[in-house]
Design a protein around this ligand. Structure first.
Ligand code: SF4
Length: 237
């Protein structure tokens, strides 16, 4: 309990509380965490095959020139994490640091995302993280609809191969592009969506939370529902 509250305070959730369905049973936190990991263990034998197939798609992306974003990229940022992950995060696109390092969500926003992941009893290496476009938009502008459309097959194949139990869209751009809608973030938050048969939850982008920490509590409420959904589907097997 103390450790979790410490994490939540680190995130800025000063008045954080345990999720409704687990109030009073915080002593079971390690057990629940174990079940989340056990769900991953149960299909471990598939992971190698998934990883190989995902790697093949990543290799394909490395030479992609399907949209103008290929022109100024330093590297293709395909994705990072466990090919057998139960939880996938989708952001809008690589930034400067991501383009340099070839990894999604590095830098301060990435560090906050790591802490958010830890706050729901997982580690970064347990989840899979990617973006709707795999190449950096110049000057960190929003990816254009034709660019996300050109890149969509990579994202669809990532979801299809990994088969996460839940996808979290980080921020308005990722949510709109992932869900193919022009609805505002305010309309998209607070309910479940679906992509390829996978439940999708929309929350704030970590970079936005760094700019306006007053939204961290709302983001934490989103993530509690994600954690509960993961636990429910783990229990369902
Ligand atoms: S953003 Fe996607 S579609 Fe465009 S060049 Fe990069 S990998 Fe290809």
């Amino acid at each position: 309990m103390g450790q979790e509250l410490g994490l939540l305070r680190e995130l800025g959730f000063e008045d954080a509380y345990p999720p409704r369905r687990t109030q009073g049973v915080r002593e079971g936190a390690d057990d629940r965490s174990g079940r989340l990991h056990a769900a991953t263990e149960g299909v471990r034998e598939e992971a190698g095959d998934r990883s190989v197939r995902l790697q093949a798609v990543a290799v394909e992306a490395q030479s992609c020139t399907a949209c103008r974003l290929c022109e100024q990229r330093n590297t293709v940022v395909f994705g990072d994490g466990d090919a057998n992950a139960d939880l996938m995060f989708v952001g809008e696109g690589p930034g400067y640091n991501e383009d340099r390092q070839g990894l999604p969500f590095v830098g301060r926003a990435g560090q906050l995302l790591n802490r958010i992941i830890r706050a729901i009893d997982l580690r970064r290496e347990d989840v899979y993280i990617t973006n709707v476009v795999k190449c950096r938009p110049p000057n960190n502008r929003d990816p254009q609809p034709d660019e996300t459309a050109a890149c969509r097959s990579f994202l669809d194949r990532q979801v299809e191969l990994i088969e996460p139990r839940v996808v979290v869209a980080l921020g308005r751009v990722a949510a709109q592009q992932l869900l193919q809608t022009r609805d505002s973030l305010g309309r998209l938050r607070g309910r479940w969506h679906e992509v390829g048969g996978v439940p999708v939850r929309v929350t704030y982008h970590p970079a936005f939370l760094l700019r306006d920490p007053s939204y961290k509590r709302a983001a934490w409420e989103d993530m509690q529902l994600v954690r509960d959904r993961l636990l429910d589907t783990a229990e369902d097997g």
